[in-house]
Design a protein. Structure first.
Lengths: 334, 84
């Protein structure tokens, strides 16, 4: 069964759906981590609801509402999101209150909104959508897991258009903690990898419409050692095994860094001029692949300014987080 | 009492994150729930926590809540009578 991306909407350090045009320029690095250029949420979300929402929820709800509007849909058949760390602001707020008030006198809002499924739940509430809503939280393959699940659901009966997305937020506190861990790979490089955040939503459908952006060719997630130093080109061959024709992509959008073990193989296979390192634009976060997918669809549609790549036909997205997980997604213009 | 009412307005705005509302926008006799500020049941829980935290007042009988939370005037009166 063929699947299609019929809409895409994102809030990222490059800008949001509210901007007239988005340029592929390196965001400001002064803060030490990338933050989103957010839209005016009052244009999308009722003021009375907005006051209780953290940035995480605002990004998720506004991104979803815009994505549905782009697709011309009022209700999706399901809402499936991925997040690595969930609602950090509310979680930190709740934990701080627990600590300061000796586990008493806790404010209900931060508690209620500190669960990972808050985004899907809030989107469903706002839309009045009684269909399935679910959240995948699988570290740096959270979005990929959500997308894989969406693909499987669309292969079954009763589903036509599913809203799928990835969201993660960064706060000064979480950045402080992340910096002390091995969550972000550290490199001696001109543009070292920095933490980031973002929200990207898509309508994945088993029906092609006049709004279709691209065909979804496949997704593959793999965990464990995928390179063998005694077997040159092993990762490159691995890609072909996972997704047919993956190696014929016009563009590789990768989350790997030149210092990563697999990067030389990718460089040799695709050539540097066909590689776009997406984390230079959004930073490292668990659901950054959702940004990469949005980037791929925008490039295929020719919507991004300042890109050295003009309207690729076939795009392969590869991501690698701090752990041993790799993922591949392929989309083709149609 | 007037000083307490003004303090309550500031505290409610902060606690309930009432964006774009200033203490001057809140009339002490206006209803807090439904019309007026349009607060809801989650806000009621937030106010219960606020009363306990800031004024040491624990509302034992929840049925009284509707009466107490009617307006800034009724809240201030209840705090004045029950403050520890």
């Amino acid at each position: 069964m063929e699947l299609y991306f019929n809409a895409a909407s994102a809030i990222s350090p490059l800008g949001s759906f509210e901007d007239e045009s988005i340029s592929l320029l390196f965001p400001d690095r002064a803060l030490g981590y990338f933050v989103c250029r957010e839209p005016d949420y009052k244009n999308t979300i009722d003021k009375k609801l907005l006051r209780r929402m953290s940035k995480f929820i605002k990004m998720a709800v506004a991104g979803s509402v815009n994505c549905l509007s782009e697709a011309g849909l009022e209700q999706p058949d399901a809402i499936i999101t991925g997040t690595g760390l969930g609602c950090l602001t509310d979680t930190i707020d709740f934990l701080r209150q627990m600590n300061e008030n000796a586990e008493t006198l806790l404010n209900p809002t931060a508690f209620m909104q500190s669960t990972h499924n808050t985004a899907s739940g809030q989107i469903a509430l706002l839309l009045g959508c009684k269909n399935l809503n679910i959240t995948f939280s699988q570290k740096n393959i959270s979005f990929e897991s959500a997308l894989l699940h969406t693909k499987m659901m669309l292969a079954g009966d009763g589903y036509r258009h599913i809203l799928v997305g990835g969201i993660d937020e960064i706060t000064p506190e979480s950045h402080g903690l992340i910096s002390q861990t091995a969550c972000i790979r550290k490199y001696e490089w001109e543009n070292p990898l920095m933490a980031g955040e973002g929200a990207a939503f898509f309508i994945l459908s088993n029906q092609r419409t006049e709004k279709t952006l691209a065909r979804f060719d496949g997704i593959s997630i793999f965990n464990g050692a995928v390179t063998d130093s005694s077997f040159p080109g092993s990762f490159s061959r691995f890609i072909d095994e996972r997704i047919p024709d993956a190696g014929r992509a016009d563009l590789l959008i990768t989350g790997s860094h030149p210092s990563d073990e697999v990067y030389p193989q990718l460089s040799e296979r695709f050539g540097e001029n066909k590689i776009l390192r997406f984390k230079d634009y959004c930073g490292e976060y668990d659901t950054s692949t959702s940004f990469a997918l949005w980037l791929a669809l925008e490039l295929i549609s020719g919507n991004l300014k300042g890109s050295r790549v003009s309207r690729p036909e076939r795009v392969l997205i590869h991501n690698q987080g701090s752990g041993p997980c790799h993922s591949l997604i392929k989309v083709t213009a149609c | 009492m007037e000083e307490l009412k003004e303090k309550l307005k500031v505290q409610l705005i902060a606690q309930l994150n009432l964006e774009d509302i200033t203490p001057e926008d809140i009339n002490s006799s206006d209803p807090l729930f439904g019309e007026g500020l349009g607060l809801d049941s989650i806000d009621a829980l937030e106010i219960i926590v606020l009363l306990q935290k800031e004024y040491g007042i624990k509302i034992e009988d929840t049925k009284k809540g509707k009466e107490i939370f009617q307006s800034i005037d009724t809240l201030a009166a209840y705090i004045t009578e029950n403050r520890k």
